[in-house]
Design a binder for this molecule. Structure first.
Ligand code: NAD
Length: 263
């Protein structure tokens, strides 16, 4: 079997695809021959991602679309455009997310709660609705939502994030029961601490200039005592969006160095 051909002829939409885990997944899928449609609010990041992907993986089609996933109309627009330019959506990595400010629940702030839910939960739901219509018509699809270790365990000081990511797990399990007969799988990943901009900002919120020292303590929450690498997540995403994972459905897969086993 030639794994480098796993995404030949396939089209994959990735939200939050400009940087971080979305970009790492894009790189892995492009390396395996897949065409890409990257959605993000960060237009400069999208342009950089497109340039580097096209340079590194000639022959792979990379389209980008600037949208805010918390806005339903913008989600409808990016899904319609993806179908128009790629012809179809085989895989959907529903990944865009924000962490939000860290505060205990009584000081969290209702506006901040709504903002985080708007991106992480509403954005995932809107994306699933639109993409699933298309996949159901075609009788094929792989959906992968970004949850978090904070979607299966308590983390503290992150009411909005925890509620949104537990919600993503709920959406994943619920919808997986509805589309299995249409040859559509719906799963989620639950990353622990993977070193991306999001995690660095989070460490800065906790430790300011000493964020790297805080990071060393932070990773003791998992048995490997290190941060995960974005490319390790990219490899898992590619597997779960590929036909190799056709019988995996409705599950939430931690990628956290074993953090979930330590509670
Ligand atoms: P990141 O901050 O590095 O990248 C997130 C991307 O999403 C950015 O490009 C950003 O512009 C985009 N984005 C944010 N809000 C958006 C919106 N409203 N509309 C469109 N795009 C938007 O984060 P990351 O670490 O790559 O995280 C990706 C996903 O993985 C998130 O859902 C995050 O919650 C989840 N996750 C990450 C970790 C980790 O350790 N890095 C752990 C658990 C879960």
């Amino acid at each position: 079997m030639d794994l480098s051909k796993r995404f030949d002829g396939k089209s994959v939409v990735i939200t939050g695809g400009a940087v971080g885990l979305g970009l790492a997944a894009a790189e892995r899928i492009a390396a395996e021959g897949g065409d890409l449609f990257l959605v993000d609010m960060n237009e400069e990041g999208l342009a950089n991602a497109k340039k580097s992907l096209e340079e590194t993986f000639p022959g792979v089609k990379v389209e980008t679309f600037a949208a805010d996933v918390s806005q339903e109309a913008e989600v409808k627009a990016y899904v319609a455009k993806a179908i128009e330019v790629l012809g179809k959506i085989d895989g959907f990595f529903n990944n865009a997310g924000i962490e939000g400010k860290q505060n205990p629940t009584h000081q969290f702030g209702s506006d901040e709660f709504a903002r985080v839910i708007g991106v992480n939960l509403n954005g995932v739901f809107f994306g699933m609705q639109e993409v699933l219509k298309h996949m159901k018509e075609r009788g094929y699809g792989r959906v992968l939502n970004s949850a978090s270790v904070g979607g299966i365990r308590g983390v503290g000081n992150q009411s909005g994030y925890a509620a949104s990511k537990h919600g993503v797990v709920g959406l994943t399990r619920n919808s997986a029961r509805e589309y299995g007969q249409d040859n559509i799988s719906i799963n989620a990943i639950a990353p622990g601490a993977i070193m991306t901009d999001m995690v660095r900002h989070s460490l800065e919120q906790m430790g300011g200039e000493n964020w790297e020292e805080v990071g060393k303590e932070f990773v003791k929450a998992n048995p490997t005592n290190r941060f995960g690498k974005p490319e390790e997540v990219g490899a898992l995403v590619a597997f779960l969006l590929s036909d190799d994972a056709g019988f995996i459905n409705g599950t939430v897969i931690p990628i956290d160095g074993g953090q979930h086993a330590m509670y």
